[in-house]
Design a protein around this ligand. Structure first.
Ligand SMILES: [Zn+2]
Length: 341
């Protein structure tokens, strides 16, 4: 029995198409998931437009934000059963003996390979998942929201693990993409005063960000940054896909403030980092997430404290992947969601 899959087949712009693929065989430590929903990530779009900066194992099925039901269990898998409703982490392949993995930091293991670029992802009906990647879903959390646990984990990692916000902090998020908006939402949960900054072309996405109770700013955020005491914001979350925005972050942050950089782009910097030194700023990179972050984010989603409904722009069958990718690429929706056919 074959199923439709969204396949990225070459490092050339537009090299994505629907292919019919066989149901995968699972190993003894894997489960087979019947996928219910898949979130489209900015990285899926970057592989489609071929302006990504990571190695891709072509041809590969896209999709790493997903949940579904377990329908088959490997012989050595314990603690899971057929029918369990689950979401999956993204680190499909890791070295179990890496010193980082042994500390629980398998997300930073250099040999890590993720779904959707290193191994086949979830934009199809059946996906093979190592059991160690799974998290159980509370019954009340629907799959179309649960599949967005992954970008929520990226945001939680950037804002909580890598920023240490305090209630009352003034926080500026640069870039109103899905990660930026979720970072703003998590910063609000931490009790911060939050502004999110974008461009004129981000107007629609900023209106979604406003639903989370943040200030939205088009263009220059200096006035907001200086509002309390004229020294700048306590924390900047840089969630834009470009190196240039770090320059803005360095200007907006107060002396001894903090910048978390979660958005990335391969361009070299063309400006001085002297403000980093002179203002005694902490600059912190933030990449991916691990098991405790997933458990916490699922709890926040299940309790309704973190609500992803405002960012969901629609649900498309995977055969209409092009429409779903295009509308998100144009910024008309924050997040597209797919459903296998
Ligand atoms: Zn993602």
């Amino acid at each position: 029995m074959k199923s439709a899959a969204v396949v990225n087949y070459a490092p050339v712009k537009g090299s994505v198409e629907i292919r019919e693929i066989e149901r995968p065989d699972i190993g003894e430590e894997d489960v087979l998931l019947e996928v219910v929903n898949i979130g489209v990530c900015g990285s899926d779009l970057h592989q489609w437009t071929a302006d990504h900066s990571w190695p891709v194992n072509y041809p590969v099925i896209l999709g790493h934000e997903f949940g579904g039901h377990i329908i088959e269990i490997g012989s050595r898998v314990k603690g899971w059963k057929e029918g369990d409703r689950v979401v999956s982490e993204t680190a499909a392949v890791i070295d179990p003996d890496s010193p980082l993995t042994r500390r629980g930091l398998y997300n930073l293991d250099p040999s890590r390979k993720g779904f959707g670029y290193g191994v086949n992802g979830a934009m199809t009906k059946f996906v093979k998942v190592p059991a160690r990647c799974l998290h159980i879903l509370p019954d009340q959390l629907p799959f179309e929201q649960a599949c967005l646990a992954e970008p929520c984990c990226v945001a939680y990692s950037a804002v909580v693990e890598n920023s240490h916000l305090k209630p009352g902090d003034r926080v500026i998020v640069i870039g109103p993409g899905p990660i930026g908006i979720l970072c703003a939402a998590v910063a609000k949960l931490c009790g911060a005063e939050v502004a999110i900054v974008g461009l004129e072309s981000d107007r629609e996405r900023l209106s979604v960000a406003a639903m989370y109770g943040c200030e939205t700013i088009i263009g220059n955020a200096t006035e907001w940054a200086m509002q309390r005491d004229g020294l700048g914001a306590d924390c900047i979350i840089d969630a834009a896909g470009s190196s240039n925005t770090l320059k803005i972050a360095l200007e907006l942050v107060r002396p001894r403030g903090h910048i978390s950089k979660v958005g990335w782009g391969p361009q070299p910097l063309q400006y001085s980092l002297d403000p980093l030194v002179q203002k005694n700023i902490t600059l912190q990179g933030s990449f991916s997430h691990n098991w405790p972050i997933w458990e916490r984010v699922i709890a926040l989603l299940a309790s309704g404290q973190l609500n992803v409904k405002p960012i969901i722009g629609g649900i498309w069958p995977i055969t209409d992947w092009h429409d779903a990718f295009e509308i998100m690429h144009q910024g008309k929706v924050v997040k597209s969601i797919l459903k296998p056919v």
